[in-house]
Ligand binder design. Sequence first.
Ligand code: GDP
Ligand code: MG
Length: 437
Amino acid sequence: NLSDKLDKAFHILKGHGKITEVNVAETLKEVRRALLDADVNFKIAKDFTTAVKEKAIGQNVLTTLEPGQLLVKLVKDELTELMGGEATGINLSGNPSVILMSGLQGSGKTTFSGKLANYLKTKKNKKPLLVACDIYRPAAINQLHVVGDQIGVEVYSEPENKNAVQIALNAIQHAKSNGFNVVIVDTAGRLAIDEEMMNEIANVHAAIKPQETLFVVDSMTGQDAVNTAKAFNDRLNFDGVILTKLDGDTRGGAAISIKSVVNKPIKFIGTGEKMEAIDVFYPSRMADRILGMGDVVSLVERAQEQYDEEEARKIQKKIAKNEFGFDDFLAQIQQVKKMGNMKDLVGMIPGAGKALKDVEIEDDAFKHIEAIIYSMTPKERTKPSIIDMKRKTRIAKGSGRKIEEVNQLMKQFDQMSKMMKMMQGSGGKNLMRMMGG
Ligand code: GDP
Ligand code: MG
């Protein structure tokens, strides 16, 4: 599935200190494949990965964590943006506010009409009226009445009337005289786009001038959904999209394609047959769903929060002046520790949970290093070059560690200082990795 694919994609990045053009390209190829699998249109998937690639190349690794995580965040942010960024509400400014449903037969219009009425009644304190304008099948009118009874919302219908425009206008009149402040008009759909149906809904649309025209689409229809959306939008210039049947394991890639092609916000999603199965559409949550990697993003955010820019600049200066000492080293360790428990952090990396199941991760991986540094005098910490054999022996005794460990730390520190001087640009950011973490 998509999640496995992305696991694999991000695995490619493991062990790379910097996101380079090559490993970004490899990873994004996988991301693109994953998007295509989730029914995202080919051109959109391609443009998307190109955009992410441009952002990723040359960007310094922001945290001490795997650069792959940064790419995850770039992908997620871009995906969220692509689906509209923020959640968009519906316009309820009319009196009454008229909402027109459009979409193919079976897309979920009647069900969603009921869900929306129930939502507005219970969550927004509105008094909605449902209107049955699917005049071709008696069963359709019945279906809406059943829904209305279920949620305690009145349904307006004229079973003998064969003029959808007239029924809609009469219903609005009825709403005005009876204190309804929202009118939800359910319409007829066909199995495929046809002129007759389009003309009818266009006529209803022109006559009632709704505040909101919503296009309802079954998220499982994949690529076809895009063409349908385009056809409806060309005729109705609708205000928003409703994605239904997002329960089960539909990835919802259609959401991305539709948004990109018609450039209208997705406003609600349907997640089941029950009247309560309605949710406001949040682009970032949908991005999580499509990427299937919820935790990773919070991990990256946590790391970025803890990473102190100011501190980094100070350290960079010190390196430049050859003044980087064990105190700074200690501060870096504290920084890393602030990010949280090592086991938790590792557990949040996709795939790592499995791979590291049998590996013992020390909760306090830095305990010994800290003990050794604490046993140094302030002078030794700021000027490590004065630490001779005699001092080493004293430090080892004081910290309760072996002299070999002190030697090893000194050696690591020495290598690290040299390396940091060499890679000035990225400063002390990569400390943890260099420590062989
Ligand atoms: P309409 O022809 O556009 O009015 O579509 P309906 O509202 O009659 O829905 C068609 C079928 O899809 C019905 O069996 C509904 O119960 C079902 N349905 C609608 N929305 C959802 C949803 O969000 N999830 C699931 N699982 N089924 C849904
Ligand atoms: Mg219907």
